[in-house]
Design a protein around this ligand. Structure first.
Ligand code: NI
Length: 255
C-alpha cells in the first residue's frame, strides 16, 4: 500500500464523477492519496471545484480559463478570478493554455487570455498550470517572456523541450501517457527530469493509464503511472511518490 500520493491535475467537477463522487472521493484517504489539485477550465467549473474542496480537505483548486473554452470567458474574467483566489483552497491559476489541435480559429483570443492570466498569476504570486497542445512555440515564447512559476501539465514533448521548460524554473507534470504501449518520448523524459522538478498527475477523468484504458481515470490510478516512472528512473515507487508529493507541496505552497 502506497502513501503520499499527490495528483497535481484532475477535473473532479466533470460530469463523469456526478454519480459516485462522494463514494469515490471518500475512498482516497485510505488509499494513500494526500492531495489533489482539481482544475477549472471556466467560471462554472472553477466554482464547482471550490465547492468540492470545501467538503474534502485533500482537494485543492486551480481556477482559470482554458484555451479550449474561449466561448465561456466573460468580459470581466480577471475580476472573477480576483474574487475566486480569495478562497483559501485555491492554489494556482489553471488550467490555462493554448490548444491549436481543436481550436485553431480562436488562436488570437487564446493567446490574449493566456498572457493575461499569467500576468495575473504573477501579480498574485500564484503558480500556473499550463496546457500546450500543438502550440509549443507560442507557449514557450510567452513563458520565456513572462516567467511564471508553474507546471507544464501532461508534458508530451521531447527531452530537448523538457530542458527548455526546466531552464525557466518550471515543473514537468507526467501522467498516464508514460504507461502507453507506444510511450518512448514520455519515458525518456520520465528518466531525465531532475527529481526536484517532477510532478505526478492524472488529468482524470481522461488519460487513463494501462491496464485500465477505456475506463474512467481517477487519482486511484496514480500508482500505475508512478511504478512505470520509478522503474525507468531505477528508484523505489514509494520514494518517487514521496518526492513528487514534496514537490507538489512546494510548488502550490501547501503544508
Ligand atoms: Ni486537464
Amino acid at each position: 500500500m502506497y502513501r503520499n500520493i499527490f495528483d497535481t491535475h484532475a477535473h473532479y467537477d466533470d460530469e463523469r464523477f456526478y454519480e459516485d463522487s462522494q463514494e469515490l472521493l471518500s475512498s482516497f484517504a485510505v488509499n494513500g492519496i494526500t492531495g489533489v489539485v482539481s482544475c477549472g477550465v471556466n467560471t462554472e467549473t472553477s466554482k464547482a471545484n471550490i465547492e468540492l474542496s470545501e467538503k474534502y480537505p485533500f482537494i485543492y483548486v486551480a481556477v482559470g480559463y482554458h484555451g479550449l473554452n474561449t466561448e465561456d470567458v466573460p468580459e470581466n474574467y480577471i475580476e472573477v478570478l480576483s474574487e475566486l483566489i480569495g478562497n483559501r483552497k485555491v492554489v494556482a491559476i489553471g488550467e490555462i493554455g493554448l490548444d491549436y489541435h481543436y481550436e485553431r480559429e480562436t488562436r488570437d483570443f487564446q493567446l490574449e487570455i493566456f498572457r493575461r492570466q499569467i500576468e495575473f498569476a504573477n501579480e498574485n504570486s500564484l503558480p500556473v498550470i499550463v496546457h500546450d497542445r500543438e502550440a509549443h512555440e507560442d507557449t514557450m515564447n510567452i513563458l520565456k517572456e513572462l516567467k511564471p512559476r508553474g507546471v507544464m501539465h501532461c508534458f508530451s514533448g521531447s527531452v530537448e523541450m523538457a530542458k527548455e521548460i526546466l531552464k525557466l524554473g518550471m515543473y514537468i507534470g507526467l501522467g498516464g501517457a508514460v504507461t502507453f504501449k507506444n510511450a518512448v518520448k514520455p519515458l525518456e523524459v520520465a528518466a531525465f527530469v531532475p527529481e526536484d522538478r517532477l510532478l505526478l498527475e492524472t488529468d482524470a477523468p481522461y488519460m487513463t493509464p494501462v491496464p485500465f484504458r477505456g475506463q474512467r481515470c481517477t487519482s486511484l490510478h496514480i500508482p500505475y503511472t508512478a511504478e512505470k516512472i520509478a522503474e525507468v528512473r531505477g528508484v523505489d515507487t514509494q520514494y518517487l511518490l514521496d518526492i513528487t508529493d514534496r514537490n507538489a507541496r512546494e510548488l502550490f505552497s501547501i503544508k
